[in-house]
Ligand binder design. Structure first.
Ligand code: B4P
Length: 192
């Protein structure tokens, strides 16, 4: 089985790339951001809770996010593995993911692929997306910058978790989308 953690700051291309990799490797994308947005749209209790964090550009608490992911994981069978998009975002989430994969599926993470993109490019991409997506967290530059601050404060360190397991590769996330998909695919083939 192939389990990919697609890693990088907001706007680095995780969601964009996950769509292509899903098809190429018969994987199921699990995006915690998409799960929160689905709950938000349907005004569930989980959605209302998540909204208070997302609107400020902050992370939703680990326990809430991990429980949601664990439930979602059980729903999908028949794939060659998963692409975790936007999860884990803290070291505690990374530890939970190792545990969940082992306990629930007797599997492990194959590799963490980290997309590297400079901050000013990220801001530009997210502002651009915000013009059409209707995403509240993309509409305001202050919120976008807060998401990037939150990334360096809590998420960037997750890389260490995978480096320690020799399951980590960095890819330049600036350039043609198809070229980046090719580089990610080569790394997936190298690690699986
Ligand atoms: P996410 O939905 O994960 O949002 P994101 O970080 O902005 O990434 P996304 O995948 O959507 O964007 P992409 O880089 O593909 O999270 C939203 C919020 O949910 C978080 O702030 C947090 O509050 C909460 N949350 C989610 N997961 C959580 C967790 N695990 N724990 C706690 N809280 C959590 O693309 C961005 C833009 O760039 C697109 O418009 C795309 O077209 C463009 N783009 C991509 N690649 C490009 C390229 N090569 N060249 C030019 N443009 C490109």
């Amino acid at each position: 089985m192939i389990n990919i953690v697609l890693f990088g700051p907001p706007g680095s291309g995780k969601g964009t790339q996950a769509k292509f990799l899903e098809e190429k490797f018969n994987l199921k994308q699990l995006s915690t951001g998409d799960m929160f947005r689905y709950n938000l749209k349907n005004q569930t209790e989980l959605g209302k809770l998540a909204q208070s964090y997302m609107d400020k550009g902050h992370l939703v608490p680990d326990e809430v996010t991990t429980n949601m992911l664990r439930e979602e994981l059980k729903k999908h069978t028949g794939f060659s593995g998963f692409i975790f998009d936007g999860y884990p975002r803290t070291t505690s989430q990374a530890e939970s993911l190792d545990q969940i994969l082992k306990e629930d599926l007797n599997q492990e993470v194959s590799v963490c692929l980290s997309l590297k993109v400079e901050d000013e490019i990220l801001v530009g991409r997210l502002l651009e997306r915000g013009k059409e997506s209707g995403r509240a967290d993309d509409a305001n530059e202050d919120v976008i910058r807060e998401r990037i601050v939150e990334y360096y404060k809590k998420t960037d360190e997750v890389a260490e978790h995978y480096k320690a397991q020799n399951k980590y590769a960095e890819i330049n996330g600036v350039g043609e989308i198809a070229e980046i998909t090719d580089k990610l695919s080569a790394e997936i083939e190298r690690f699986t």
